[in-house]
Design a protein around this ligand. Structure first.
Ligand code: ADP
Length: 346
């Protein structure tokens, strides 16, 4: 099932129009991440799809069917929330079976479906337990199984990993990805965490200021950002920005002159900065301000002219470094933030 928001306008009150003529599509069978900072409108979009909000204008389509004025129950949607929202007084088995019981599914069929789902999310040995006896990760598996019980046509995941610690978070990412693949259910995964989106989504819809800034694979967004908002949101450390007016001559000479003349900002990915083999080969020199070991990687902060730059160059005792920039990791932006050129195309 393909879910579409078509020309949606929604305001909570007269002063705040959160979405204006907003359009997006979640293709059939895909896992799409809706990624954006807090307050960008992610929950609003999720609630529109869930039937918990009605737009002021525009249509919500499930395939060709207009569901704009259908309520939540009519839409056959599965939902998973950040806080699991399990029924504390029910066993895991009864939590998963609950939507089926409400739909008057016979006991034998309920039990068979619970067995299938428990296997899918790997909690077969936990069925007799109560939610309070489970870890956060296990509780979220139960919530996922319950959301899938009625074979929903759309699965909505609202920040499902945000309450989990790093290890469980990574484990659950894999579970969500594998379960989505096994069921083929069209899925929207709402998150403010780019790692979640980059690791499990087929496509990412990047939302900022109530506007879809770009839709693409994680790789597309990283190497071909449409604008500065996308380029700065995706990637850690954040994209280094250098005003074109203050670029050193050596660096300027390595970039395309005509586009440089139209650009106001150069973006450089931290991993595109390397130690020059000889001082003569350097595009610029910089002074180390800080070196931090982050597990396997070193994060080296530099002061170059008036710009502060993050790099991944290895630990060194030198304080002033000759550096080169790999243009594959460079992007040029106009004064309005449009991406004019990316070195990845070269
Ligand atoms: P996100 O999920 O990306 O954090 P939301 O969809 O929750 O964003 O919110 C988008 C904007 O709408 C924010 O500016 C928020 O303050 C506003 N907003 C959300 N819910 C309400 C509400 N019930 N009443 C008024 N404003 C709201």
């Amino acid at each position: 099932m393909r879910a579409t928001l078509q020309d949606i306008t929604l305001a909570y009150d007269q002063h705040t129009t959160v979405l204006k003529n907003f359009t997006c599509t979640i293709p059939t069978g895909e896992l799409v991440a809706l990624l954006g900072p807090s307050g960008s409108g992610k929950s609003t979009i999720l609630n529109l799809l869930a039937g918990l909000l009605t737009p002021d204008a525009g249509q919500i389509l499930f395939d060709q069917t207009n569901v704009t004025h259908q309520d939540s129950r009519q839409r056959n949607i599965g939902m998973v929330f950040q806080d699991y929202a399990l029924y504390p007084h029910l066993s895991v088995r009864d939590n998963i079976a609950f939507p089926l019981k409400m739909a008057h599914v016979k006991k034998a069929a309920r039990q068979q479906r619970v067995t299938e789902l428990a296997k899918l999310v790997q909690i077969t040995d936990q069925l007799a337990k109560f939610p309070r006896e489970l870890s956060g990760g296990q509780q979220q598996r139960v919530a996922l199984a319950r959301a899938l019980a009625k074979h929903p046509q759309l699965l909505l995941l609202d920040e499902p990993l945000s309450s989990l610690d790093t290890t469980l978070r990574e484990e659950l990412r894999t579970v969500i990805h594998d379960v989505q693949r096994a069921t083929g259910v069209t899925t929207l995964f709402v998150t403010h965490n780019q790692e979640d989106a980059l690791q499990i989504a087929d496509h990412i819809m990047l939302l900022a200021n109530g506007r879809l800034q770009q839709v693409g694979t994680g790789h597309d967004l990283y190497v071909h950002p449409q604008n500065l908002t996308v380029a700065q949101f995706i990637g850690r450390p954040q994209l280094n920005l250098w005003p074109v007016a203050t670029l050193p001559a050596g660096l300027r000479a390595s970039l395309p002159a005509t586009l440089l003349a139209q650009a106001t900002t150069l973006g450089i990915r931290s991993e595109a900065i390397h130690l020059a083999t000889t001082p003569a080969a350097a595009h610029f020199t910089a002074t180390i301000t800080q070196q931090r070991q982050l597990g396997r990687d070193t994060l080296t902060s530099l002061q170059a002219a008036t710009s502060l730059i993050s790099t991944t160059i290895p630990r060194t005792d030198q304080t002033t470094l000759p550096l080169t920039v790999d243009r594959h990791g460079c992007q040029l932006f106009s004064a309005t933030g449009d991406c004019l050129w990316t070195g990845a195309d070269q």
